[in-house]
Write a protein that binds this ligand. Structure first.
Ligand code: CP
Ligand code: NVA
Length: 307
């Protein structure tokens, strides 16, 4: 049966660790996998802008001996020019996998339900699984372990990146503190599920409405934009509400000595993070961005190749 990657919630800890182990191999020995997806084609359907996701998937396919086709919002015009179901069924006759960046998470689920080929969620309003996986892979690479470390997320709790981090952390035994203003806390269903996963892995999931409390003794402080793609009309209000949730030198000083700084990028410098923090020696944001490529290559081999 074909496998999709729509949410980290659907992956077991073993499956995540297998992706990480293959990523290690891919990073060590590039040449070995240069034909792993020979003759395969990946469709990239994007309804929102992208730098990292689009480029890393296209380059990843190329490095694995395959190719990719980018389909812009205007070209596919999902649900307007054609239904998701018809797009899924048609593309399944041409390509070996589909990456979809979309608004409603339901769109990604619908695409997966109707496609005969694997579908990868390249970001929906609810989750960003490739980001969450690359982030915790990077954390492991830098800290040498995951179990028992504490990741503090500061800012918009109710967004795709936070949700995927909650799933990935709770599955892997990583403690996660989320600091967000009231009404911007993570989705309550996601928190409930993450707490269930955490009970099995031994992780702690804590929610705060105050940035300092969440960052005390953190090994990693993570943030994302205050205004996600599609929320542009709320920008002015969000900038007011999130004012006390900026990652800056003072906040980082509350973490463990050497506390790492992460951001999925793109960053709005001077809003959710200061230049000083993102450019500091403890910032690992570009290693994190690079690992999107390596982790996604592992995902592509698992889903489109012989695994
Ligand atoms: N982090 C991330 O997904 O970046 P893009 O929006 O540029 O793809
Ligand atoms: N939360 C951000 C993530 C971008 C990678 C957004 O959805 O715009």
């Amino acid at each position: 049966m074909k496998k999709d990657l729509i949410s980290i919630k659907d992956l077991s800890a073993k499956e995540i660790n297998d992706i990480f182990a293959l990523t290690d191999k891919l990073k060590r020995d590039k040449g070995k996998y240069s034909q792993a997806l020979k003759g395969k084609t990946l469709a990239l359907i994007f309804q929102k802008p992208s730098n990292r996701t689009r480029v890393s998937f296209a380059v990843g396919m190329f490095q694995l001996g395959g190719t990719s086709i980018y389909l812009s919002p205007e070209e596919i015009n999902l649900g307007v020019r054609e239904t998701i179901k018809d797009v899924a069924k048609t593309l399944s006759r041409y390509v070996d996998g589909i990456v979809l960046r979309t608004f409603a998470h339901q769109n990604a689920m619908e695409m997966a339900a109707h496609a005969q080929v694997p579908v990868i969620n390249g970001l929906s309003d609810l989750s960003h699984p490739c980001q969450g996986l690359a982030d915790l892979y990077t954390a492991k690479e830098k800290l040498g372990k995951l179990r028992g470390i504490t990741l503090a997320y500061v800012g918009d709790g109710n967004n795709n990146v936070t949700h995927s981090l909650l799933y990935c952390a709770s599955k892997l035994g990583v403690n996660m503190n989320v600091a967000a203003p009231k009404k911007y806390e993570p989705d309550s269903d996601v928190v409930k599920q993450a707490k269930e996963f955490a009970a099995l892995s031994g992780a702690a999931i804590n929610l705060y409405n105050n940035a300092s409390d969440a960052c005390e003794n953190a090994d990693i402080i993570y943030t994302d934009v205050w205004v996600s793609m599609g929320q542009e009309k709320e920008a002015a209000k969000r900038r007011r509400v999130f004012k006390g949730f900026q990652v800056n030198k003072k906040l980082v000083s509350l973490g463990e000595p050497g506390c790492l700084i992460m951001h999925c990028l793109p960053a709005h410098r001077g809003e959710e993070i200061t230049d000083e923090a993102i450019d500091s020696k403890n910032s690992i944001v570009f290693d994190q961005a690079e690992n999107r490529l390596h982790v996604q290559k592992a995902i592509l081999i698992k889903l489109l190749g012989k695994g």
